[in-house]
Design a protein. Structure first.
Length: 478
Protein backbone atom coordinates (compact mmCIF):
# COMPACT_ATOMS: atom_id res chain seq x y z
CA UNK A 1 0.00 0.00 0.00
CA UNK A 2 1.32 3.46 -0.97
CA UNK A 3 0.79 6.25 1.58
CA UNK A 4 0.60 9.67 -0.07
CA UNK A 5 0.28 13.27 1.03
CA UNK A 6 -0.52 16.48 -0.80
CA UNK A 7 2.17 17.37 -3.35
CA UNK A 8 3.47 13.81 -3.87
CA UNK A 9 4.02 12.52 -7.39
CA UNK A 10 2.68 9.07 -8.20
CA UNK A 11 2.13 6.67 -11.09
CA UNK A 12 -1.44 5.76 -11.96
CA UNK A 13 -1.62 2.25 -13.38
CA UNK A 14 -4.02 1.90 -16.34
CA UNK A 15 -7.57 0.93 -15.35
CA UNK A 16 -7.80 -1.56 -18.20
CA UNK A 17 -4.85 -3.56 -19.46
CA UNK A 18 -4.53 -3.12 -23.21
CA UNK A 19 -1.65 -3.65 -25.63
CA UNK A 20 -0.43 -0.04 -25.61
CA UNK A 21 -1.61 1.03 -22.14
CA UNK A 22 1.00 2.66 -19.89
CA UNK A 23 0.95 4.26 -16.47
CA UNK A 24 0.34 8.02 -16.24
CA UNK A 25 2.14 10.43 -13.92
CA UNK A 26 0.10 12.57 -11.54
CA UNK A 27 0.47 14.92 -8.56
CA UNK A 28 -1.63 14.49 -5.44
CA UNK A 29 -3.83 17.54 -4.83
CA UNK A 30 -5.60 16.20 -1.75
CA UNK A 31 -5.54 13.03 0.36
CA UNK A 32 -8.45 12.70 2.78
CA UNK A 33 -9.78 9.62 4.57
CA UNK A 34 -8.44 7.22 1.96
CA UNK A 35 -9.66 9.33 -0.95
CA UNK A 36 -7.08 10.85 -3.31
CA UNK A 37 -7.55 13.83 -5.66
CA UNK A 38 -4.94 13.97 -8.43
CA UNK A 39 -3.94 16.21 -11.34
CA UNK A 40 -2.42 14.00 -14.05
CA UNK A 41 0.05 14.72 -16.85
CA UNK A 42 -2.79 14.97 -19.37
CA UNK A 43 -4.14 18.00 -17.47
CA UNK A 44 -7.15 16.23 -15.93
CA UNK A 45 -8.13 16.43 -12.27
CA UNK A 46 -10.25 13.72 -10.58
CA UNK A 47 -10.73 11.55 -7.51
CA UNK A 48 -9.23 8.09 -7.67
CA UNK A 49 -11.42 5.06 -7.12
CA UNK A 50 -10.41 2.93 -4.08
CA UNK A 51 -9.35 0.04 -6.32
CA UNK A 52 -7.11 2.17 -8.57
CA UNK A 53 -3.52 0.92 -8.33
CA UNK A 54 -0.83 3.55 -7.70
CA UNK A 55 2.94 3.55 -7.28
CA UNK A 56 5.34 6.08 -5.80
CA UNK A 57 7.31 8.08 -8.37
CA UNK A 58 11.10 8.17 -8.14
CA UNK A 59 12.50 11.72 -7.57
CA UNK A 60 14.40 11.56 -10.89
CA UNK A 61 11.10 11.27 -12.78
CA UNK A 62 9.57 14.40 -11.26
CA UNK A 63 11.61 17.14 -12.95
CA UNK A 64 13.06 15.16 -15.85
CA UNK A 65 16.66 14.33 -16.73
CA UNK A 66 18.90 14.91 -19.77
CA UNK A 67 20.07 11.28 -19.89
CA UNK A 68 17.36 8.70 -19.27
CA UNK A 69 19.93 6.12 -18.17
CA UNK A 70 19.83 7.95 -14.82
CA UNK A 71 16.05 7.56 -14.42
CA UNK A 72 15.00 5.69 -11.30
CA UNK A 73 11.78 4.66 -13.04
CA UNK A 74 13.36 3.13 -16.12
CA UNK A 75 10.22 1.79 -17.78
CA UNK A 76 8.02 2.88 -20.68
CA UNK A 77 5.90 5.27 -18.60
CA UNK A 78 9.02 6.83 -17.05
CA UNK A 79 10.60 7.37 -20.46
CA UNK A 80 7.42 8.86 -21.94
CA UNK A 81 6.91 11.22 -18.98
CA UNK A 82 10.52 12.38 -19.12
CA UNK A 83 10.19 13.23 -22.81
CA UNK A 84 6.88 15.01 -22.15
CA UNK A 85 8.31 17.16 -19.35
CA UNK A 86 11.30 18.20 -21.46
CA UNK A 87 9.14 18.83 -24.54
CA UNK A 88 6.88 21.18 -22.55
CA UNK A 89 10.02 23.08 -21.54
CA UNK A 90 11.07 23.27 -25.24
CA UNK A 91 13.87 20.70 -24.89
CA UNK A 92 13.32 18.41 -27.87
CA UNK A 93 16.49 16.33 -27.39
CA UNK A 94 17.15 13.75 -24.67
CA UNK A 95 19.88 11.12 -24.33
CA UNK A 96 19.59 7.45 -23.50
CA UNK A 97 23.27 6.68 -23.17
CA UNK A 98 24.75 7.24 -26.64
CA UNK A 99 21.29 7.29 -28.24
CA UNK A 100 19.65 10.66 -28.91
CA UNK A 101 15.86 10.78 -28.73
CA UNK A 102 14.35 13.68 -30.70
CA UNK A 103 10.73 14.82 -30.49
CA UNK A 104 9.56 16.75 -33.55
CA UNK A 105 8.66 20.33 -32.47
CA UNK A 106 6.93 21.11 -35.81
CA UNK A 107 8.47 24.57 -35.77
CA UNK A 108 11.82 26.21 -36.47
CA UNK A 109 13.93 26.50 -33.32
CA UNK A 110 16.95 28.85 -32.99
CA UNK A 111 19.31 26.06 -31.92
CA UNK A 112 21.09 25.27 -35.20
CA UNK A 113 23.17 28.40 -35.70
CA UNK A 114 26.88 28.71 -36.53
CA UNK A 115 27.46 29.57 -32.87
CA UNK A 116 25.84 26.27 -31.82
CA UNK A 117 28.05 24.39 -34.27
CA UNK A 118 31.18 25.89 -32.70
CA UNK A 119 29.80 25.28 -29.20
CA UNK A 120 29.47 21.52 -29.74
CA UNK A 121 32.72 21.10 -31.60
CA UNK A 122 35.11 18.60 -29.95
CA UNK A 123 32.81 18.10 -26.96
CA UNK A 124 32.01 14.70 -25.49
CA UNK A 125 28.41 13.53 -25.21
CA UNK A 126 27.06 14.80 -21.89
CA UNK A 127 29.29 17.86 -21.58
CA UNK A 128 26.54 20.05 -23.06
CA UNK A 129 22.75 19.66 -23.27
CA UNK A 130 21.56 16.93 -25.67
CA UNK A 131 21.71 17.96 -29.33
CA UNK A 132 21.89 16.41 -32.81
CA UNK A 133 25.18 18.29 -33.29
CA UNK A 134 26.66 16.36 -30.35
CA UNK A 135 25.90 13.06 -32.10
CA UNK A 136 27.44 14.27 -35.36
CA UNK A 137 30.53 15.60 -33.56
CA UNK A 138 30.90 12.35 -31.61
CA UNK A 139 30.82 10.40 -34.88
CA UNK A 140 33.44 12.75 -36.39
CA UNK A 141 35.76 12.54 -33.35
CA UNK A 142 35.46 8.75 -33.14
CA UNK A 143 36.13 8.44 -36.87
CA UNK A 144 39.41 10.35 -36.53
CA UNK A 145 40.33 8.27 -33.51
CA UNK A 146 39.04 4.77 -34.30
CA UNK A 147 37.97 4.70 -37.98
CA UNK A 148 34.66 4.42 -39.86
CA UNK A 149 31.45 5.40 -38.05
CA UNK A 150 27.71 5.20 -38.73
CA UNK A 151 24.80 7.34 -37.55
CA UNK A 152 21.41 5.60 -37.71
CA UNK A 153 18.33 7.83 -37.78
CA UNK A 154 15.10 5.92 -37.26
CA UNK A 155 11.52 6.56 -36.17
CA UNK A 156 7.97 6.54 -37.41
CA UNK A 157 6.76 8.75 -40.24
CA UNK A 158 6.74 12.41 -39.19
CA UNK A 159 9.32 11.98 -36.42
CA UNK A 160 11.77 14.36 -38.11
CA UNK A 161 14.29 11.92 -39.62
CA UNK A 162 14.78 13.90 -42.84
CA UNK A 163 15.56 17.13 -40.98
CA UNK A 164 17.89 15.31 -38.58
CA UNK A 165 19.78 13.84 -41.53
CA UNK A 166 20.18 17.30 -43.08
CA UNK A 167 21.40 18.74 -39.76
CA UNK A 168 24.02 15.98 -39.43
CA UNK A 169 25.28 16.73 -42.94
CA UNK A 170 25.24 20.47 -42.24
CA UNK A 171 27.34 19.99 -39.10
CA UNK A 172 29.86 17.64 -40.73
CA UNK A 173 30.26 20.00 -43.68
CA UNK A 174 30.83 22.94 -41.31
CA UNK A 175 33.45 21.34 -39.05
CA UNK A 176 35.46 19.60 -41.77
CA UNK A 177 37.14 22.96 -42.25
CA UNK A 178 37.61 23.25 -46.01
CA UNK A 179 34.24 24.81 -47.03
CA UNK A 180 34.88 23.34 -50.45
CA UNK A 181 32.72 22.91 -53.54
CA UNK A 182 32.21 19.21 -52.78
CA UNK A 183 30.66 20.06 -49.41
CA UNK A 184 28.24 22.43 -51.13
CA UNK A 185 27.35 19.72 -53.67
CA UNK A 186 26.59 17.19 -50.93
CA UNK A 187 24.23 19.65 -49.22
CA UNK A 188 22.58 20.55 -52.54
CA UNK A 189 21.66 16.90 -53.14
CA UNK A 190 18.95 17.22 -50.47
CA UNK A 191 16.44 19.41 -52.35
CA UNK A 192 16.69 17.13 -55.41
CA UNK A 193 16.20 13.90 -53.47
CA UNK A 194 13.34 15.43 -51.47
CA UNK A 195 11.57 16.63 -54.62
CA UNK A 196 11.67 13.22 -56.31
CA UNK A 197 11.43 11.02 -53.20
CA UNK A 198 9.30 12.94 -50.67
CA UNK A 199 5.57 13.57 -50.52
CA UNK A 200 2.81 14.90 -48.31
CA UNK A 201 1.16 12.18 -46.19
CA UNK A 202 -1.55 12.46 -43.56
CA UNK A 203 1.17 12.48 -40.89
CA UNK A 204 3.91 14.53 -42.49
CA UNK A 205 4.02 17.26 -45.14
CA UNK A 206 7.52 16.22 -46.25
CA UNK A 207 7.64 12.47 -45.72
CA UNK A 208 10.58 10.56 -47.24
CA UNK A 209 9.10 7.74 -49.29
CA UNK A 210 12.43 5.96 -49.71
CA UNK A 211 15.35 4.97 -47.54
CA UNK A 212 18.79 6.44 -48.05
CA UNK A 213 22.30 5.82 -46.85
CA UNK A 214 24.84 8.61 -47.31
CA UNK A 215 28.49 7.59 -46.96
CA UNK A 216 30.64 10.69 -46.44
CA UNK A 217 34.36 10.24 -47.18
CA UNK A 218 37.05 12.15 -45.31
CA UNK A 219 40.79 12.26 -45.94
CA UNK A 220 43.29 11.59 -43.16
CA UNK A 221 43.25 15.28 -42.20
CA UNK A 222 39.48 15.12 -41.57
CA UNK A 223 38.41 17.08 -44.66
CA UNK A 224 35.48 15.93 -46.79
CA UNK A 225 36.67 14.46 -50.08
CA UNK A 226 33.42 13.10 -51.42
CA UNK A 227 30.30 11.07 -50.69
CA UNK A 228 28.12 8.32 -52.08
CA UNK A 229 24.36 7.93 -51.77
CA UNK A 230 22.55 4.60 -51.73
CA UNK A 231 18.77 4.55 -52.10
CA UNK A 232 16.38 1.71 -51.42
CA UNK A 233 12.65 0.88 -51.33
CA UNK A 234 11.24 3.84 -53.24
CA UNK A 235 7.46 3.78 -52.74
CA UNK A 236 6.48 3.47 -56.41
CA UNK A 237 2.79 2.80 -55.68
CA UNK A 238 2.41 6.46 -54.66
CA UNK A 239 2.97 7.53 -58.28
CA UNK A 240 -0.30 5.92 -59.38
CA UNK A 241 -2.47 6.20 -56.25
CA UNK A 242 -2.63 8.27 -53.07
CA UNK A 243 -4.76 8.00 -49.95
CA UNK A 244 -7.18 10.76 -48.98
CA UNK A 245 -5.46 14.07 -48.06
CA UNK A 246 -2.12 12.90 -49.47
CA UNK A 247 -0.12 14.01 -52.51
CA UNK A 248 2.03 12.43 -55.16
CA UNK A 249 5.76 13.22 -55.13
CA UNK A 250 6.56 16.94 -54.70
CA UNK A 251 8.25 17.21 -58.09
CA UNK A 252 5.00 16.89 -60.07
CA UNK A 253 3.41 19.86 -58.32
CA UNK A 254 6.66 21.82 -58.46
CA UNK A 255 7.03 21.56 -62.24
CA UNK A 256 3.43 22.57 -62.87
CA UNK A 257 3.78 25.57 -60.55
CA UNK A 258 7.30 26.64 -61.51
CA UNK A 259 7.80 26.01 -65.23
CA UNK A 260 7.42 28.84 -67.72
CA UNK A 261 4.37 28.97 -69.98
CA UNK A 262 6.60 28.15 -72.95
CA UNK A 263 7.95 25.01 -71.27
CA UNK A 264 4.43 23.93 -70.34
CA UNK A 265 3.30 24.48 -73.91
CA UNK A 266 6.08 22.29 -75.27
CA UNK A 267 5.17 19.53 -72.81
CA UNK A 268 1.43 20.15 -73.31
CA UNK A 269 0.87 20.47 -69.57
CA UNK A 270 -1.94 22.21 -67.68
CA UNK A 271 -2.94 22.69 -64.02
CA UNK A 272 -2.54 19.83 -61.49
CA UNK A 273 -6.32 19.40 -61.28
CA UNK A 274 -6.30 18.01 -64.83
CA UNK A 275 -4.23 14.91 -64.00
CA UNK A 276 -5.61 11.70 -62.52
CA UNK A 277 -2.32 10.82 -60.85
CA UNK A 278 -2.38 14.10 -58.89
CA UNK A 279 -5.98 14.40 -57.71
CA UNK A 280 -6.76 11.06 -56.06
CA UNK A 281 -5.83 12.33 -52.59
CA UNK A 282 -7.87 15.54 -53.14
CA UNK A 283 -4.91 17.55 -51.79
CA UNK A 284 -3.30 19.60 -54.54
CA UNK A 285 -1.91 22.29 -52.25
CA UNK A 286 0.34 21.66 -49.27
CA UNK A 287 0.16 24.35 -46.59
CA UNK A 288 3.54 25.94 -45.92
CA UNK A 289 5.12 24.80 -49.20
CA UNK A 290 5.75 27.08 -52.16
CA UNK A 291 5.94 24.68 -55.10
CA UNK A 292 7.04 27.35 -57.58
CA UNK A 293 9.89 28.59 -55.37
CA UNK A 294 10.99 25.02 -54.67
CA UNK A 295 11.14 24.26 -58.38
CA UNK A 296 13.58 27.15 -58.75
CA UNK A 297 15.69 25.70 -55.90
CA UNK A 298 15.61 22.26 -57.54
CA UNK A 299 16.88 23.61 -60.86
CA UNK A 300 19.63 25.55 -59.08
CA UNK A 301 20.67 22.43 -57.14
CA UNK A 302 20.75 20.42 -60.37
CA UNK A 303 23.17 22.93 -61.88
CA UNK A 304 25.43 22.62 -58.84
CA UNK A 305 25.38 18.84 -59.24
CA UNK A 306 26.34 19.02 -62.92
CA UNK A 307 22.95 18.30 -64.50
CA UNK A 308 23.13 20.10 -67.84
CA UNK A 309 20.09 21.64 -69.56
CA UNK A 310 19.46 18.61 -71.83
CA UNK A 311 19.51 16.36 -68.74
CA UNK A 312 16.95 18.55 -66.95
CA UNK A 313 14.75 18.74 -70.04
CA UNK A 314 14.75 14.95 -70.44
CA UNK A 315 13.65 14.59 -66.82
CA UNK A 316 10.83 17.09 -67.39
CA UNK A 317 9.73 15.15 -70.49
CA UNK A 318 9.55 11.92 -68.51
CA UNK A 319 7.53 13.56 -65.73
CA UNK A 320 5.13 15.06 -68.28
CA UNK A 321 4.73 11.72 -70.06
CA UNK A 322 3.79 10.07 -66.75
CA UNK A 323 1.03 12.63 -66.21
CA UNK A 324 -0.30 12.08 -69.73
CA UNK A 325 -0.22 8.29 -69.35
CA UNK A 326 -2.16 8.61 -66.10
CA UNK A 327 -5.01 10.28 -67.99
CA UNK A 328 -5.51 7.35 -70.36
CA UNK A 329 -9.14 6.23 -70.44
CA UNK A 330 -10.06 2.80 -71.77
CA UNK A 331 -13.21 1.19 -73.00
CA UNK A 332 -13.67 -2.55 -72.66
CA UNK A 333 -15.36 -4.71 -75.30
CA UNK A 334 -15.23 -8.24 -76.62
CA UNK A 335 -13.78 -9.70 -79.80
CA UNK A 336 -14.96 -13.27 -80.45
CA UNK A 337 -15.86 -13.66 -76.75
CA UNK A 338 -12.41 -12.47 -75.65
CA UNK A 339 -11.97 -9.31 -73.55
CA UNK A 340 -10.31 -6.45 -75.40
CA UNK A 341 -9.56 -2.79 -74.72
CA UNK A 342 -9.69 0.41 -76.72
CA UNK A 343 -7.96 3.64 -75.60
CA UNK A 344 -10.67 6.27 -75.87
CA UNK A 345 -8.57 9.45 -75.63
CA UNK A 346 -5.41 8.33 -77.44
CA UNK A 347 -4.84 11.72 -79.10
CA UNK A 348 -4.75 13.63 -75.80
CA UNK A 349 -2.76 11.01 -73.87
CA UNK A 350 -1.04 8.23 -75.81
CA UNK A 351 0.11 10.47 -78.64
CA UNK A 352 1.60 13.03 -76.26
CA UNK A 353 3.26 10.41 -74.05
CA UNK A 354 4.82 8.52 -76.97
CA UNK A 355 6.19 11.78 -78.41
CA UNK A 356 7.77 12.76 -75.08
CA UNK A 357 9.14 9.26 -74.43
CA UNK A 358 10.35 9.09 -78.04
CA UNK A 359 8.71 5.72 -78.67
CA UNK A 360 6.42 4.48 -81.44
CA UNK A 361 2.79 5.31 -80.63
CA UNK A 362 1.39 2.11 -82.19
CA UNK A 363 3.85 -0.09 -80.26
CA UNK A 364 3.04 1.70 -77.00
CA UNK A 365 -0.66 1.19 -77.69
CA UNK A 366 -0.11 -2.54 -78.25
CA UNK A 367 1.99 -2.80 -75.08
CA UNK A 368 -0.87 -1.30 -73.05
CA UNK A 369 -3.74 -3.26 -74.59
CA UNK A 370 -2.26 -6.71 -75.32
CA UNK A 371 0.22 -9.20 -74.00
CA UNK A 372 2.57 -11.61 -75.71
CA UNK A 373 3.40 -15.05 -74.33
CA UNK A 374 6.38 -17.11 -75.50
CA UNK A 375 5.67 -20.82 -75.14
CA UNK A 376 7.49 -23.82 -76.64
CA UNK A 377 9.09 -21.71 -79.33
CA UNK A 378 5.83 -20.08 -80.34
CA UNK A 379 4.52 -16.57 -79.77
CA UNK A 380 0.92 -16.06 -78.69
CA UNK A 381 -0.57 -12.53 -78.50
CA UNK A 382 -3.84 -11.95 -76.63
CA UNK A 383 -5.83 -8.80 -75.85
CA UNK A 384 -6.28 -7.39 -72.35
CA UNK A 385 -9.44 -6.37 -70.55
CA UNK A 386 -9.98 -2.77 -69.42
CA UNK A 387 -8.87 -3.35 -65.84
CA UNK A 388 -5.81 -5.32 -66.93
CA UNK A 389 -4.86 -2.59 -69.37
CA UNK A 390 -4.92 0.06 -66.63
CA UNK A 391 -2.81 -2.21 -64.41
CA UNK A 392 -0.24 -2.50 -67.21
CA UNK A 393 -0.25 1.29 -67.60
CA UNK A 394 0.37 1.76 -63.86
CA UNK A 395 3.15 -0.85 -63.85
CA UNK A 396 4.81 0.89 -66.81
CA UNK A 397 4.65 4.27 -65.09
CA UNK A 398 6.09 2.89 -61.84
CA UNK A 399 8.93 1.28 -63.79
CA UNK A 400 9.71 4.51 -65.65
CA UNK A 401 9.73 6.64 -62.48
CA UNK A 402 11.75 4.06 -60.55
CA UNK A 403 14.47 3.93 -63.21
CA UNK A 404 14.53 7.72 -63.47
CA UNK A 405 15.02 7.96 -59.70
CA UNK A 406 17.92 5.49 -59.83
CA UNK A 407 19.46 7.51 -62.69
CA UNK A 408 19.13 10.77 -60.72
CA UNK A 409 20.90 9.25 -57.70
CA UNK A 410 23.64 7.91 -60.00
CA UNK A 411 24.01 11.36 -61.57
CA UNK A 412 24.36 12.95 -58.11
CA UNK A 413 26.95 10.32 -57.15
CA UNK A 414 28.91 11.06 -60.34
CA UNK A 415 29.30 14.64 -59.07
CA UNK A 416 30.03 14.00 -55.39
CA UNK A 417 31.88 10.67 -55.42
CA UNK A 418 35.67 10.83 -55.52
CA UNK A 419 37.09 7.33 -56.18
CA UNK A 420 39.91 6.63 -53.75
CA UNK A 421 41.63 3.59 -52.32
CA UNK A 422 39.95 2.56 -49.07
CA UNK A 423 43.18 3.06 -47.13
CA UNK A 424 43.21 6.71 -48.24
CA UNK A 425 39.95 7.74 -46.59
CA UNK A 426 37.69 7.29 -43.55
CA UNK A 427 33.92 7.52 -43.64
CA UNK A 428 30.81 8.42 -41.68
CA UNK A 429 27.63 6.75 -42.89
CA UNK A 430 24.25 8.38 -42.19
CA UNK A 431 21.35 5.94 -42.53
CA UNK A 432 17.93 7.59 -42.83
CA UNK A 433 15.53 4.70 -42.24
CA UNK A 434 12.22 4.81 -44.11
CA UNK A 435 9.41 5.76 -41.68
CA UNK A 436 7.12 2.94 -40.57
CA UNK A 437 3.56 3.33 -41.90
CA UNK A 438 0.23 1.58 -41.35
CA UNK A 439 -2.35 2.62 -43.95
CA UNK A 440 -6.02 1.68 -44.20
CA UNK A 441 -5.02 -0.31 -47.28
CA UNK A 442 -1.52 -1.80 -47.11
CA UNK A 443 0.03 -3.17 -50.28
CA UNK A 444 2.67 -5.90 -50.57
CA UNK A 445 5.14 -3.10 -51.28
CA UNK A 446 4.24 -1.48 -47.94
CA UNK A 447 4.70 -4.82 -46.19
CA UNK A 448 8.23 -5.09 -47.64
CA UNK A 449 9.02 -1.52 -46.57
CA UNK A 450 7.78 -2.10 -43.01
CA UNK A 451 9.59 -5.44 -42.75
CA UNK A 452 12.87 -3.84 -43.84
CA UNK A 453 12.34 -1.01 -41.35
CA UNK A 454 11.64 -3.42 -38.50
CA UNK A 455 14.75 -5.45 -39.35
CA UNK A 456 16.96 -2.33 -39.43
CA UNK A 457 15.40 -1.07 -36.21
CA UNK A 458 16.05 -4.41 -34.49
CA UNK A 459 19.65 -4.39 -35.67
CA UNK A 460 20.03 -0.84 -34.36
CA UNK A 461 18.54 -1.67 -30.95
CA UNK A 462 20.57 -4.87 -30.55
CA UNK A 463 23.82 -3.12 -31.44
CA UNK A 464 23.21 -0.10 -29.18
CA UNK A 465 22.23 -2.14 -26.13
CA UNK A 466 25.21 -4.46 -26.60
CA UNK A 467 27.43 -1.39 -26.84
CA UNK A 468 25.94 0.04 -23.62
CA UNK A 469 26.32 -3.34 -21.91
CA UNK A 470 30.03 -3.44 -22.76
CA UNK A 471 30.49 0.12 -21.43
CA UNK A 472 28.70 -0.73 -18.16
CA UNK A 473 30.84 -3.83 -17.69
CA UNK A 474 33.96 -1.70 -18.16
CA UNK A 475 32.69 0.77 -15.54
CA UNK A 476 31.97 -2.06 -13.07
CA UNK A 477 35.46 -3.49 -13.57
CA UNK A 478 36.95 -0.20 -12.41
Amino acid sequence: MVIVTKGDFIWLEPEHRREFSVAVGAQVQMADAGRILVHDDDGDEYWLSPERRIKAMHPSSIQGVEDMISLGDLHEAGIMRNLLIRYKEHFIYTYTGSILVAVNPYQILPIYTAEQIQLYRSKKIGELPPHIFAIADNAYSNMKRYGDQCVIISGESGAGKTESTKLCLQYLAAISGQHSWIEQQILESNPILEAFGNAKTIRNDNSSRFGKYIDIHFNKQGFIEGAKIEQYLLEKSRIVSQAHDERNYHIFYCILAGMSQEEKRKLELQDPTNYFYLIQGKSIKCEGRDDAAEFSDIRSAMKVLMFNEPDVWEVLKILASILHLGNIQVSGHQIKNIDATHIVNAVQTLQRASRLLEVNERELNLALTSRTIFMRGETVTTTLGAEQSLDVRDALVKGIYGRMFVWIVAKINAAIFNPMEKKEYMSIGVLDIFGFENFDKNSYEQFCINWANESLQQLFITHCFKHEQVNLLKVNEH
